[in-house]
Design a binder for this molecule. Sequence first.
Ligand code: SAM
Ligand code: FES
Length: 350
Amino acid sequence: MKALIDRLYKERTLSKEDFGLLLTHCTPENSEYLFQLAQSVSKKYFGNRIYVRGLIEFTNYCRNDCYYCGIRRGNSRAQRYRLTKEEILSCCENGYELGFRTFVLQGGEDPFYTDEDIAGLVSSIKKSYPDCAVTLSIGEKSREAYQKYFEAGADRYLLRHETANAAHYGKLHPQNQTLQNRMECLWQLKEIGYQVGTGFMVGSPFQTVENLAEDLLFIRQLQPAMVGIGPYIPHHDTPFADQPAGSLELTLFLIGILRLMLPNALIPATTALGTIHPNGREKGILAGANVVMPNLSPVKVRKKYELYDNKICTGEEAAECRFCLQNRMESIGYRIVVDRGDFCPVNLND
Ligand code: SAM
Ligand code: FES
């Protein structure tokens, strides 16, 4: 397997069969070898610098009904909320003082906010904090909407493809949600000029090793600036309540693979990783990730943005999360920096 990992390191991709083979050999020994290479690549481009993004979960209303997600439309027990523009700006003010230079506005697909509302929100944030980047993560919209947000100043867009296999996508979502549309959105976002982030859940129900290999090949094709992956974690009020969570080890293994595939990409150690293991985020960094995304949402709404059970950081203030992560990163020899942390295209052959 080491020869395969070496080849991935050198060529930055493998065939579908070889990705499949590698993924079925996620042993402690292979992981250690992979993580060492992945860390060295991450160190080459980022040193021991870790970028932070302030996550503002501004609405948990959603018109979609993904079977795995706790804020799906069909979950009548979710307590719905929306933040006002003033509340969102006050999260940014708090975040700016704490050293955040990227704000991520994330929410369900909530038709309450018109495209003009979102564009207005983006331009207000950019006007108040011209040295900050704004990332949107609000799902599938029209090309015109994406263009409007971009012109208002949005820099980045996160839209996980969830799974690159159409049949698998169909098992995770109702019929009106299609992989084709999701992928088209991703290509449009790229064409418009966003720094684009995609990703998937590890261990989502019905996922096969072949599906994961397909995810990696799609990512190879899209060449995103950011890739967010995390384990699937069940939520008690969804159709998948009884499905087992994804594994820590496989998630870390995939982070290592992604770092070798996309040496200069921004790869977060996600909240879901921190939820399945108390040191999940530190382990994610040591497997090749270089970003953390502490929560900036007001504490009063945090528990309501419950995508899955036992989500961490729902009782802490923004400042607590910021300093908690600073300590966690320092404990493994890394440091959080005050920086937008943009994607920098580089000649990977140097
Ligand atoms: N609505 C936007 C979208 O669809 O991109 C952003 C919000 S959505 C809730 C953010 C991500 O949460 C999804 O892309 C999905 O991968 C992840 N997610 C949802 N339910 C999850 C679960 N049960 N376990 C782990 N991750 C989950
Ligand atoms: Fe809202 Fe899936 S249920 S994005």
